[in-house]
Design a protein around this ligand. Structure first.
Ligand code: FAD
Length: 390
């Protein structure tokens, strides 16, 4: 039997940040991953993730998002690696757009610098956008995107430097609950721990099957890269084009196209990265394949071209990525019922990466301390409890 006070299972976007946060506190910690992060077989690849503070998903994310910006800057100065690009984020939507309404209300409530823009002014400033007639915009100039591969590598670098031990290419098979403490089992080895943190992304339910009520369903999401037509390259560069999300009723109630401009030092394929934030295809995460579905590529090009007439040539590259959807699309961060020394952080439902540095700190607090940090209470497991009959 081997002993490590704290074990982090899964070192992707969130687990790498947790590992760094714990190691920074001088606590002995072991991180284990079945692959060798950063890799492109989970949820934290594809070269960019939007980060914004005027958050529409739930007001309690806003202070966390604001703190996340500082976390990324700290990580950059600790490692000399560029993670954060503040090219601004433009959201557009019609009169009934909840995305726009809730983002505006978050901006007002929390004093986030954000500018409401009527469609005509929007067209003057960014002539490449042709959003629907009844759309308006909200532009957050301090927002932008973070680079997931760099973020994961930087967090692992900090963790290593601070003395964390890291095992890669090792799959955890089970977490046994002993009388005194949990035991992590992998490759015939058994590690006793005082605290275990499960940040296994789309594989979390395999290790914690009891979390059925939180769902944690793996879904496949396609992302594509488009170049501009010749001569319009500058219009898709981050110096001219912000990151964007177009909340168009035509895409259905819970889906929207988003894009991240091309930029200097881009990781992965060139061009604008385009995705659709909305329901994905459920799958076994071991079956993730990157081969694009030609029908999906054609649909992306056809539909996105309506917002950018004549700007893009058809996608030249595509990848798949995993969302882990919780029942209500909010994160799941809590102690696991019946396993007081095991913390779960999963179900990031397609919007978790931006928070990695701040969640790393809060999850470390939770694993090393007693109470659930107050600002994470809206993400706890009790929200899935069955209502009690009177
Ligand atoms: C297409 C796409 C676009 C997105 N856009 C945004 C965005 O714009 N902004 C944003 O903030 N977020 C975005 N997200 C969401 C964000 O990327 C995820 O929420 C975040 O990356 C989740 O990180 P994770 O650590 O939970 O999972 P992962 O990064 O997948 O990490 C899980 C790790 O656990 C390891 N693992 C699993 N099982 C085991 C085991 N048994 N033993 C050992 N290791 C194990 C895996 O190998 C993996 O490395 C997007 C996601 C996708 C897919």
């Amino acid at each position: 039997m081997e002993r490590d006070p704290v074990i982090v299972i899964g070192l992707g976007g969130i687990g790498s940040a947790v590992l760094a946060a714990i190691a920074r506190r001088g606590v002995r910690v072991l991180g284990i991953d079945r692959l060798s992060p950063p890799h492109d077989m989970g949820s934290s690849h594809g070269g960019s993730r939007i980060i914004r503070a005027a958050y529409f998903e739930h007001p309690d994310y806003v202070p966390l998002a604001q703190e996340a910006f500082q976390g990324w800057e700290r990580l950059e100065s600790d490692t000399g690696r560029r993670c954060l690009h503040r090219c601004g984020v433009l959201l557009t939507g019609g009169p009934d757009s909840e995305v726009l309404r809730e983002s505006m209300s978050a901006a007002v409530k929390y004093g986030i610098v954000a500018e409401e823009i009527e469609r005509d002014a929007l067209r003057k400033r960014w002539p490449m956008f042709e959003v629907p007639e009844d759309h308006r915009g909200l532009f957050e100039p301090g927002a932008g995107f973070v680079v997931p591969e760099t973020g994961v590598a930087a967090h692992l670098e900090v963790a290593r430097r601070q003395g964390a031990e890291i095992l890669t290419g090792v799959e955890v098979e089970a977490i046994e609950q002993g009388d005194r403490c949990p035991t992590v089992i992998c490759n015939g080895r058994r590690f006793e721990a005082t605290s275990v943190i499960v940040t296994a992304g789309a594989w979390t339910r395999r290790l914690l099957p009891e979390l059925a009520a939180a769902t944690l369903e793996p879904q496949r999401k396609a992302i594509v890269w488009c170049r501009s037509v010749q001569g319009r390259e500058e219009e898709i560069d981050s110096s001219r084009m912000p990151a964007w999300l177009i909340d168009d009723e035509a895409c259905g109630a819970d889906g929207a196209y988003y894009g991240i401009p091309s930029h200097a030092g881009q990781i992965g394929p060139a061009g604008v990265k385009i995705g659709f934030h909305g329901p994905g295809v459920p799958l076994d995460p071991d079956d993730l394949r990157h081969e694009p579905d030609p029908e999906v590529l054609a649909r992306f090009h056809r539909e996105v071209s309506e917002y950018f007439p004549g700007l893009f040539v058809p996608p030249h590259a595509a990848k798949s990525c995993l969302y882990t959807m919780s029942t209500d699309q909010h994160f799941v961060i809590d102690r696991v019922p019946g396993r007081p020394q095991v913390v779960v952080a999963a179900g990031f439902s397609g919007h978790g990466f931006k928070f990695a540095p701040v969640l790393g700190e809060r999850i470390a607090d939770l694993a090393l301390g007693q109470e659930v940090p107050a600002d994470l209470s809206f993400l706890g497991l009790s929200r899935f409890d069955e209502p009690q009959l009177p």
